[in-house]
Design a protein around this ligand. Structure first.
Ligand SMILES: CC(C)(COP(=O)(O)OP(=O)(O)OC[C@H]1O[C@@H](n2cnc3c(N)ncnc32)[C@H](O)[C@@H]1OP(=O)(O)O)[C@@H](O)C(=O)NCCC(=O)NCCS
Length: 225
């Protein structure tokens, strides 16, 4: 079962206590130019460190976190749940997969994120462009956002992020909710789309969660903290 924890990161602008971070993270936190970016980073790492601290019986700042050469953070301790972080629109999301269940990927974007049609060839394959709805531009823009969020979650789960270009992987779906990557380096990874309504997160947030099991992506639970 995959869990997604969501929290407002803007609170971390006022509450900038970075003592839960390790020294390298504290340096990164201080180096952000924009307060909102520093707050996003702090909020994500705080959620991760507090949970892993409870799992391993450690103070949050003592939890070892490593960043692999592709940029993915992880905890090297045995029996650690896998996690993935995303920030957008003043929120941070952390998706958790149980130990032994493999990696997970998450991406969140506000539903009104503009998606320029001219950028389509940069993140959609020819097959995907042929599947685009032929109706009004608003429907096409929404579909573009769906693909973008799904691909970011899948490529985070894969561990490369956009080092693998999104137009090099194809997504297919029977019901527009559950998707599978059918080719390229992330072939076989599954993802689902979820819309978190504004009653939950103040603004509608589109969320994609990816992992290697179709079953796990259907049983995602959300907790707004
Ligand atoms: C991973 C990536 C898609 C995230 O994009 P973003 O716009 O920062 O979006 P999000 O907020 O949703 O995600 C950020 C989180 O992704 C995670 N992440 C970064 N690289 C990752 C990777 N290779 N695999 C999985 N997760 C990754 C991090 O946890 C990061 O948050 P943190 O730095 O606060 O810990 C993007 O950073 C990327 O593709 N990076 C690799 C390519 C690159 O570095 N390009 C640079 C210039 S084009």
């Amino acid at each position: 079962m995959i869990e997604v924890h969501l929290a407002r990161s803007l609170g971390c602008i006022a509450d900038s206590d970075a003592s839960c971070l390790d020294p390298a993270e504290q340096a990164r936190h201080r180096a952000f130019h924009r307060a909102c970016d520093a707050a996003d980073f702090l909020a994500g790492r705080r959620l991760v460190r507090e949970r892993l601290g409870r799992v391993h019986g450690l103070a949050p700042a003592q939890v070892p976190l490593e960043i692999d050469p592709q940029g993915r953070p992880g905890c090297p301790l045995d029996e650690s749940p896998q996690f993935s972080i995303s920030h957008a629109g003043g929120f941070v999301a952390v998706a958790w997969n149980a130990p032994g269940r493999g990696p997970v990927g998450v991406d969140i974007q506000p539903l009104d994120t503009p998606m320029d049609a001219a950028l389509e060839p940069h993140y959609l394959t020819l097959f995907e462009r042929q599947q685009m709805p032929s109706g009004p531009e608003a429907a096409r823009a929404r579909e573009r956002l769906h693909y973008f969020v799904l691909k970011e979650a899948i490529l985070k789960c894969h561990g490369t992020g956009f080092r693998v270009t999104p137009e090099s992987i194809t997504l297919q779906s029977k019901d527009k909710r559950q998707w599978i990557c059918t080719d390229g380096t992330a072939r076989g990874l599954h993802a689902t789309l979820h819309l978190l309504p504004s009653s939950t997160t103040r603004q509608p947030l589109l969320t994609a969660v990816a992992c290697s099991s179709a079953h796990s992506t259907t049983g995602v639970t959300f907790h707004v903290l």
